[in-house]
Design a protein around this ligand. Sequence first.
Ligand SMILES: [Zn+2]
Length: 462
Amino acid sequence: MNTLIRNGTIVTASRIIRADVLIEDGKIKEVREDIPEEGAKVIDAAGMYVIPGGIDCHTHLDMPFGGTTSADDFETGTRAAAFGGTTSIVDFAIQGRGTKMRDALDTWWKKAEGRACIDYGLHMIVTDLGGAGLEDMDDMVREGVASFKLFMAYPNVLMVDDATIFKALAQTAKNGALICMHAENGSVIDVIIARALAEGKTAPVYHALTRPPRAEAEAVHRAIAMAEIAGAPVYIVHLSSEDALNQVREARDRGVPAFAETCPQYLLLSIEELERPNFEGAKYVFTPPLRPKEHLPKLWDGLKHDHLQVVSTDHCPFCFEDQKILGKDDFTKIPNGGPGIENRLQLIYHHGVNQGKLTLNRFVEITSTAPARIFGMYPRKGEIAPGSDADIVIWDPNALYTISAKTHHMRVDYSMFEGFEVKGNARTVLSRGEVIVDNGEFQGKAGRGNYLRREARGGAWK
Ligand SMILES: [Zn+2]
């Protein structure tokens, strides 16, 4: 049966129009005024915005880290995402050192199979380009893994050297994939960490104090320089500081295809959170760390002026009671990560649009359309137009909502945004034409989400 969304205001990255949306076989068939009902199931969107479903291109579901695993799996994580108006994610598979990327892809496909409630793509984290690594990259691109992430931090765990990064960048110049960089100077940070521990500085706040913004800026600069030499674009993940932002802006001003995302936590929280008593600062231990308050308005400004292109979450939840506690006596043992997959649209809408920092169009662009373009999913995702998947959120701009661990759907025992009050929330969420959330009730089912094969030479190459 067809579905007709009537009386809403359609908001995309480029336009705001009053029109109806007709959906057939999971795709958008028509967008225009006064589409006749003709037996379609009608959804009334009067007083609502009709926006493309959110795309969170940075999540870590069911991810092993430091002897434990992130608390949300593909079922609980994607269900929580749907409640918040996110209809696609791109998660990260991790190549084990000395193993084939294909093995990691199979492992992550198995994690998602039968569980994902929304569509999901995968990036591949590259830890080793020895042996057949470069051919492996081409193989992954053929499987729709059109992006790779490399780490300049976490020596001996995930960090790779500059030669590996440069080889990977050069390979994408041939195969059209996109390199994503975790940009922090891990070697320098490790020396600072060792010094702090030797001085008995073990509390959560030292996680932030041992990772200075200049260590991020240096790595961003180096990553962009290597990408320029390789003749490839580069995408900086979870950019957290003004220092790092300046590097991206400077490169973009020169016409270099450098892109970057930030996350709600860097826009709304600051380093003081790590000083909460009773070890509660551990709830805010993730990497890069929260920064002093002065950085926050700079990041908002970067989003407004397109120095930053995307807001993702870096959702990587660990429960406070039995996981974060592993680092009670040593901040380096606190699992790095925080929950956020559910609240991204609410927070960015409220603090961006309601507070006049972002236009409605820009809100849609940074939460949906830009990640679709950059990561090779556009116009299938991130757009409301004939032929696109009917991933649509009916957004109630007047809904009042208080974020709390008591009511959220993420499988984690705290919220980084506990007590935050927002105005604006997803009322009805459609994934490929199917209503999966309506008025706070989940109507989808585990396993309905499809793997997203993404195209190489996406928006970062144009
Ligand atoms: Zn991450």
